[in-house]
Design a protein. Structure first.
Length: 432
């Protein structure tokens, strides 16, 4: 599916389809709304309940369906909801958004299961040699994802079809599907709640979406900790076998490609670093591109993004410690990936490493290296589309977001030493 004119840094970490009235709110009203929410929170808990039985019943009522496609989601679903109530300290807007998102995911599960029941061929769809991009956040993975998605033969999941996957999209109406316009309307409220978000990620229904917006339907996804202060869920999730999440991810791709196939999928999420063993068990023929960057540039950007994402939804945003939280999260993730590759040398041919300075200096040479390494054909049509994309999307086209290690309580020398195992392994030099 040919995707043209996609700006740099456009994937969204999470895509809540909030209550429609939020789309019409001005940003100047947010402080008043949040003040009101403290008064109205009792009613908010009643009308936007996070009780699991209420949410399950509502999704059944909205769809007229009752098969969620298996029961493996029940435990993470209930643990997540308990964490929202115990940890997140949601304000009224946060409660509305969480309620709406959970119902959307449950409805999608019901509809996907019904589509598979009516059309058994969906479950027979082969997912051949998907290309996954992962690596530290803010290391060029979003840009590379969109760049590789310019290949007209491939498929990259677009935001509109991830938010609304049923019925399965059709090739002849893929560019004009009415869900595109509906998704655009649903996305407008993000400009209100997160006016700084555009400097991190541009949002449009036709942009490629990250895998965490697919795995969230399994309720085993890093999307929730990105958006909310769900600490007990995070601790539980870190200990779990992630194969059920990737098994649902595969079903989701089968749904999207049934009537609209490509030669291969191009997929992306930094959080794949935390579960490469599960990913490779579900997708044993996957090719993996790992992006790398100076962690001292990555960490303050991640901390700043976490603040932008979480603050609108809670009564008390806990800025203290967010820098260390981010640092420990990505230290652990890079260790997991490094150890998996070190302990399984036969997998090395399945990986291709991309350093951020190389991608910034000559993105097309990086692309050619990826295609050569994985023995894929880079057609002249694909190369021309990618070159157009590079020319039309210079770095920082939509503004610069400035941040420092120090403002998030991080010490330069401490953090460099923390990640020394990683920078030494992959030859990552400090960025100026």
């Amino acid at each position: 599916m040919h995707q043209e004119n996609k700006p740099h840094s456009q994937n969204l970490l999470v895509m809540p389809s909030a209550h429609g009235t939020l789309c019409r709110l001005g940003s100047a009203l947010l402080p008043r709304i949040n003040a009101f929410s403290r008064i109205a929170l009792h009613d908010g808990r009643q009308f936007f309940s996070l009780d699991p039985e209420v949410l399950l019943a509502k999704s059944r009522r909205l769809t007229g369906l009752d098969d969620f496609g298996g029961d493996s989601f029940h435990e993470p679903f209930r643990i997540l909801l308990r964490s929202f109530e115990a940890d997140a300290d949601l304000n009224l807007i946060g409660r509305i958004c969480v309620h709406s998102e959970i119902v959307r995911m449950l409805c999608n599960r019901l509809r996907i299961a019904e589509d598979r029941r009516r059309n058994p061929a969906i479950a027979e769809q082969p997912i051949r040699r998907p290309l996954f991009i992962t690596g530290l956040p803010r290391s060029g993975s979003t840009f590379l994802h969109t760049l590789l998605a310019q290949d007209p033969r491939c498929r990259a999941p677009q935001i509109w079809e991830v938010m609304n996957p049923s019925p399965p999209p059709k090739r002849d109406s893929y560019d004009s599907d009415p869900r595109i316009a509906r998704t655009e309307r649903q996305l407008k409220w993000l400009d209100v709640l997160m006016p700084e978000f555009e400097k991190f990620h541009l949002i449009h229904a036709r942009y490629p979406q990250e895998c965490i917006a697919i795995t969230d339907h399994s309720f085993m996804s890093y999307v929730f900790e990105s958006m909310y202060q769900v600490y007990s869920y995070r601790a539980w999730h870190d200990r779990q076998d992630k194969r059920p999440a990737y098994a649902f991810h595969r079903q989701f791709l089968q749904q999207l490609q049934w009537r609209c196939p490509g030669t291969h999928w191009v997929l992306k999420a930094p959080s794949h670093l935390m579960a490469l063993d599960a990913l490779l068990q579900v997708y044993p023929d996957a090719d993996i591109v790992q992006t790398h960057r100076d962690p001292l540039k990555v960490l303050p950007s991640c901390a700043s993004l976490a603040q932008v994402l979480r603050a609108p939804f809670t009564n008390r945003f806990k800025r203290e410690g967010i820098g260390l939280e981010v640092s420990l999260r990505w230290e652990g993730s890079t260790r997991l990936a490094l150890e998996l590759r070190r302990d399984n040398p036969a997998l090395e041919k399945r990986f291709f490493d991309v350093r951020y300075p190389d991608l910034k200096r000559d993105p097309m040479e990086v692309v050619r290296g990826i295609y050569r390494h994985f023995e894929r054909e880079l057609t002249s049509e694909a190369e021309a589309a990618m070159q157009r994309f590079v020319a039309e999307n210079p770095k920082d086209k939509h503004g610069i977001h400035r941040y420092t290690l120090e403002e998030f309580g991080l010490d330069r020398e401490t953090e460099w030493n923390r990640f020394r195992f990683y920078t030494d392994q992959y030859g990552i030099a400090p960025e100026r």
